[in-house]
Design a protein around this ligand. Structure first.
Ligand code: G3H
Ligand code: 13P
Ligand code: NA
Ligand code: ZN
Length: 328
């Protein structure tokens, strides 16, 4: 059934695991996540970005997720809005039936310009006021996603700061986080630790200077009762890049967030882990391979099936790695 995000995250905290939140845009992605959760006994967070709502259309997003709840009545499921850019957008999502919303006040309404602390507190607090009245959970964000070496926010998917950021903007400050949580009363806090959205996160396998897992520990020490959220948490598996490129793709060498680093973060308060890119890569690799090997085929179901299987495999791996097995 559709359940409260707050309850899911509280359960994850009490039992020491993390929940991957997968971005969904279409039928096959929803089915893939649900099948993976069914097989592993995991709870589910399906999240839709503004881009997803635009791509599918609001009624389709809403009913795809409701269909998932109907098809898998035994699985606890949260419908979450990813990266709301204003209180108005969050209100719209609540009206549409989302049980959880992210108010990303780390950036201005354009989704690109870094916002002031006071602006962030103001918009987040307003969303908490309206959401909590109707039992909706709120995720806020403090700090800007971006590569600590280059200041690049990884804006290829249109969500993230434009231009270069400085080092301190890209690392959430624990003291500031404590003030932010106190002032807003949010349910979950997304933090910046050097990750960014999309495939091009790191130019080498990340070490502590460019992926600040220590910062997670410091924030968790200061805020032991706050559920932490990691964005930009795809692992960008080398074997998926190789498969895409083997079958005609052109993706440059790049590195994501290693699963072991996420496991370490889960030991220090991270409860929600956002993943979109890995599912994109898995589906693309499978479609490229299938069509390369079967150039005479043209039934969309035939190439969507391996794409859905590949997406499911990634979701299964993350559910297991993050400790979700049997927790749903
Ligand atoms: O937050 C970023 C997610 O990967 C969503 O991407 O805006 O292209 O749907 P999107
Ligand atoms: P990835 O691009 O690393 O999958 O991150 C997705 C995300 O943070 C969605 O909010
Ligand atoms: Na942000
Ligand atoms: Zn994100």
């Amino acid at each position: 059934p559709l359940v409260s995000m707050r309850e899911l995250l509280d359960h994850a905290a009490s039992n020491g695991y993390g929940i991957p939140a997968f971005n969904v845009n279409n039928l096959e992605q929803v089915q893939a996540v649900m099948a993976a959760a069914h097989e592993t006994g995991a709870p589910v967070i399906l999240q839709a970005s503004a881009g997803a709502r635009k791509y599918a259309g609001e009624p389709f997003i809403k009913h795809l997720i409701q269909a998932a709840a109907e098809a898998f009545p035994h699985i606890p499921l949260v419908m979450h809005q990813d990266h709301g850019t204003s209180p108005k957008v969050c209100q719209g999502a609540i009206d549409l039936g989302f049980g959880s919303v992210m108010m990303d006040g780390s950036l201005m309404e354009d989704g690109k310009t870094p916002a002031s602390f006071d602006y962030n507190v103001d918009v987040t607090r307003r969303v908490v006021a309206m959401a909590h009245k109707v039992g909706v959970t709120v995720e806020g964000e403090l700090g800007c996603l971006g590569n600590l070496e280059t200041g690049d926010a990884g804006e290829e998917d249109g969500i993230g700061a434009a231009g270069r950021l400085d080092h301190s903007q890209m690392l959430t400050d624990p003291e500031e986080a404590a003030v932010f949580v106190q002032a807003t009363q949010l349910d979950a806090l997304a933090i910046a630790i050097g990750t960014s959205h999309g495939a091009y996160k790191f130019s080498r396998r990340p070490t502590g200077d460019i992926l600040a897992i220590d910062r997670v520990k410091e924030i968790h020490q200061r805020l032991p009762n706050t559920h932490l959220v990691m964005h930009g948490s795809s692992s960008v598996p080398a074997e998926l890049l190789a498969e895409i490129n083997q079958y005609g793709g052109k993706i440059k060498e790049t590195y994501g967030v290693p699963v072991e680093e996420i496991q370490e973060a889960i030991r220090h308060g991270v409860r929600k882990i956002n993943i979109d890119t890995d599912v994109r890569l898995a589906m693309t690799a499978a479609v490229r391979k299938f069509l390369f090997e079967n150039p005479e085929k043209f039934d969309a179901r035939e190439w969507l099936k391996p794409a859905r299987e590949a997406a499911k495999a990634v979701c299964r791996q993350r559910y297991i790695a993050f400790g979700c097995e049997g927790q749903g």
